[in-house]
Write a protein that binds this ligand. Structure first.
Ligand SMILES: C[S@@+](CC[C@H](N)C(=O)[O-])C[C@H]1O[C@@H](n2cnc3c(N)ncnc32)[C@H](O)[C@@H]1O
Length: 275
């Protein structure tokens, strides 16, 4: 990891995460606020509640968003950035090992309000744009893709070529650029929206029926969206939530000899409906 990117520091016997990143010269707090300023419709925790951070590093972006009532799934592969996901999990930030490669991500369709990539080293235009189409699958209609990378704001040959390729690709799938900007540190980002784009040769399907301006509140989504791989009706998933909130408060929190203050990440190996 590059020292100047300030991902992690050693202070005595502790590892400290100062909130640095490739695109966050002034720290993640500044960066997250800069995004909201660039596109005020991104109201963290209100319009945007479920985020995917591609190539997350030590997941400071997702970690900071927790304070804004946003749940971020951060992921990165096992590569030269050793132990990045282990760091993230030890910090209590939801993260998993995954990669944008040749296979679909393990997330359901239309799952995220916003997808973020800060120099995540994915060649979005490779293979006829398949990586971008995969994002399109997991991004809900109306969601945003934030691409924070050198082709957005650098003018050399290589970056300009990538920029041109991405522009033509996003256009071809009817995404719309809704903001392109550079912050005071000279780093830039581009935000794409896939909502209200007129249908041309889009390969992405908007949901049938009424098109909503914003997704329903998160707790309503839990009972209104039909799980795709499990057949369940509203009553069943509601019952599941009630059952688990009772068990967790009566048994897990009260009667197990677990100091819950020392537990930050739990892997639920039989999630059912996530109750
Ligand atoms: C330069 S670091 C940027 C980390 C962080 N986003 C930041 O801005 O500080 C590149 C990140 O992308 C990840 N990465 C590289 N190739 C990837 C791929 N094909 N799919 C997902 N992540 C990838 C790396 O593991 C690393 O976390």
């Amino acid at each position: 990891m590059l020292k100047e990117q300030n991902w992690v520091k050693k202070e005595g016997e502790f590892l400290v995460f100062p909130g640095g990143g490739t695109q966050f010269k002034y720290g993640v707090t500044h960066y997250v606020e800069f995004i909201e300023k660039a596109l005020p419709v991104i109201k963290w925790g209100k319009n945007i509640r479920v985020v995917l951070d591609v190539g997350c590093g030590v997941a400071s972006f997702g970690g900071f968003l927790l304070d804004k009532d946003v749940i971020t799934m951060s992921f990165a592969p096992k590569d030269e950035h050793e132990a990045q996901i282990q760091f993230a999990l030890e910090r209590g930030i939801p993260a998993t090992l995954s990669v944008i490669g040749t296979q679909q991500l393990t997330f359901p369709t239309n799952a995220f309000d916003l997808i973020h990539c800060a120099r995540c080293r994915v060649h979005w235009d490779a293979d006829g744009g398949k990586p971008l189409l995969e994002l399109n699958r997991v991004l809900r209609p109306g969601g945003f893709f934030i691409w924070s990378a050198t082709p957005v704001y650098r003018d050399n040959d290589r970056d300009s070529k990538i920029w041109t390729a991405i522009v033509s690709l996003t256009k071809s799938i009817c995404w719309k650029v809704v903001a392109k900007t550079v912050d005071s540190s000279g780093r830039g980002l581009e935000v794409n929206a896939s909502w209200y784009a007129p249908l041309r040769q889009c390969i992405s399907k908007l949901p049938s029926g009424g098109v909503q301006k914003w997704p329903e509140l998160w707790h309503k989504q839990l009972v209104s969206v039909k799980p795709q791989s499990v057949s369940a009706d509203t009553k069943t998933s509601k019952k599941d939530t009630e059952k688990w909130s009772e068990i967790v408060s009566d048994v897990y929190l009260e009667r197990l000899a677990v100091n819950w203050y020392s537990v930050r990440n739990v892997m639920d190996m039989n999630t059912g409906f996530g109750g």
